[in-house]
Design a protein around this ligand. Structure first.
Ligand SMILES: [Zn+2]
Length: 384
């Protein structure tokens, strides 16, 4: 067997409504009692945190909340959060929200314990020493950030940089489907498709695909494809919400070990130039990239078709086409915007986007088919 490594957070707990007894869950696992919650204004102000906070206080925790996280968090937001954590004397950090809040929480936990400046943390494996205890609680079913070891920060007008380190894996991940019930249909669709992209790109990743990431990606796709439409059309459906949350989590574990590729590489410039949500940009690029990757990934798509649609004696071309068609059909029915023009991307900007996509070498190297700048432009034109 080809050698491989698989890393993931130490512990997960899945339970509907478990955020309501967060204090009890944390008190039994951690000694620290001065907790900082890292979240965004919307979640804080709509009261989603209140039961969790009460439960923490009842267990003797001192709780501070930093709610200034924004999408695509800039460095300044992280540094404000670190200052808040230090001035509050926090010794344990909890990220609650979408990918941005959880990403910020990861680095706050590191910077509470370390004197290393942020500029030294960027890159792979540059974090030295230990971090403060870290708990992650996702409120969307998409990013999988609760189980990844990467934080992406916005460093300039359209530029981003990442910190990748073993220390960014959480100590505990809490999956409470009840927290995702309020997510509107549009965001449910976009984040759910993003999670599907994580599973697909992990399964077809060029170098680090392995038996564990494959098993997780397949189970993630089963959960996500069977429940996406119900979660979008009937947001309070408990079974669908839990399946999406678990599917997103499994896909996150898969791509944290077998990384994503061209869909994400082409999605990032759209986020950078147009400030579109991560999930939406991935949803917009999935169809064209799936068709482009068919040249090399058809046998893997055929395996996924067998897994999702049942075994068939048809040839690889037919089965892989059935897989791509199935994904496209789900996206069409999800109600997510389908074309770049629908989200006000201009045709004139496509060459700039293609040029920027070429900078995503970390992601492009994982794609099963090489992507040139001309290919990227053709993919954006197809998506337009
Ligand atoms: Zn993604």
């Amino acid at each position: 067997m080809k050698p491989f490594t698989f890393d993931t957070p130490g512990s997960m707990h899945m339970e509907w409504g478990s955020a309501r007894r967060l204090g009890e869950l944390l008190a039994s696992r951690f000694e620290q009692r001065n907790l900082l919650i890292v979240t965004d204004k919307f979640l804080h102000e709509n009261g989603l945190l209140d039961p969790a906070k009460e439960s923490l206080k009842a267990q003797g925790f001192t709780v501070s909340v930093f709610d200034d996280v924004v999408a695509d968090p800039p460095e300044a937001v992280l540094m404000q959060c670190v200052d808040r954590a230090k001035s509050a004397g926090a010794d344990i950090v909890l990220g609650l929200g979408g990918g941005s809040s959880m990403d910020v929480a990861k680095l706050v936990a590191v910077m509470l314990k370390s004197e290393q400046p942020l500029s030294e943390l960027y890159g792979i494996g540059n974090v030295k020493g230990e971090r403060a205890p870290l708990i992650q609680v996702p409120t969307t079913s998409g990013t999988g950030s609760e189980v990844t070891n990467i934080t992406i920060l916005t460093t300039g007008e359209t530029t981003k940089m990442g910190v990748v380190a073993q220390q960014l894996y959480a100590d505990l991940v809490l999956l409470d489907g009840e927290l995702t019930v309020g997510l509107p249909a549009g965001a449910t669709a976009a984040t759910g498709i993003d999670a599907m992209v994580h599973a697909i790109e992990s399964y077809t990743s060029a170098h680090k695909k392995n038996p564990l990431s494959d098993a997780l990606a397949k189970e993630a796709l089963t959960l996500l494809t069977n429940n996406l439409i119900t979660a979008c059309t009937d947001g309070s459906n408990r079974a669908a919400r839990e399946a999406m949350l678990l599917g997103s989590n499994l896909a996150g574990q898969a791509f944290s070990n077998s990384p994503v590729a061209a869909v994400h590489a082409l999605a990032y410039p759209l986020g950078g130039h147009y400030h579109l949500p991560h999930g939406l940009t991935n949803a917009l690029m999935l169809g064209p990239v799936l068709r482009f990757n068919m040249a090399a990934a058809a046998p893997l798509y055929a395996e996924l078709a067998d897994h999702l649609l049942g075994k068939s004696d048809a040839d690889v071309a037919t089965r892989s086409a059935a897989f791509v068609e199935h994904m496209q059909d789900l996206m069409n029915r999800s109600g997510a915007p389908q074309r770049l023009r629908d989200v006000e991307v201009t045709e004139e900007s496509l060459p700039t986007l293609a040029k920027d996509a070429m900078l995503q070498t970390r992601l492009l190297q994982n794609n099963p088919v090489e992507v040139t700048e001309a290919d990227a432009l053709a993919l954006y034109k197809e998506a337009f």
